[in-house]
Ligand binder design. Structure first.
Ligand SMILES: [Ca+2]
Ligand SMILES: [Ca+2]
Length: 113
């Protein structure tokens, strides 16, 4: 077969082309990774959590739902997250409740019994 003989004769070139393509692909991947890394660095480590004071816009010491809902949430809807933080369900988030609420992230393990 013609194809067979061509493949057989050109195996060396084939390998070179393959390797060159692999190198090009690798460089492209590395370049795009660097762009991603730069974008990440520009944004900082991660979006920092707003402070209690920044949400309590009228500075009365509690975050009510209006104050809370005026802030963007990374995920979830305001009512659900608000209820999550408002552990005593009195309709406002106290500084203590806000501080005690842990955003979802890996925490130090406190040995399970
Ligand atoms: Ca307030
Ligand atoms: Ca509360």
């Amino acid at each position: 077969m013609v194809i067979h003989s061509i493949n057989h004769a050109a195996t060396g070139d084939f390998m070179n082309i393959y390797i060159k393509q692999a190198i090009v692909v690798t460089l492209l991947v590395l370049a795009s990774n660097q762009v991603l890394a730069k974008n990440t660095q520009n944004d900082g480590d991660r979006p920092s959590r707003p402070t209690f004071e920044s949400i309590d816009s009228n500075s009365d010491g509690d975050i009510d739902f209006d104050e809370f809902s005026s802030h963007e949430l990374p995920h979830g809807d305001h009512q659900t997250v608000f209820d999550e933080i408002d552990t005593d369900n009195n309709g406002v988030i106290s500084n203590e409740e806000f501080t005690n609420h842990k955003p979802p992230r890996p925490q130090n393990r406190k040995g399970n019994s």
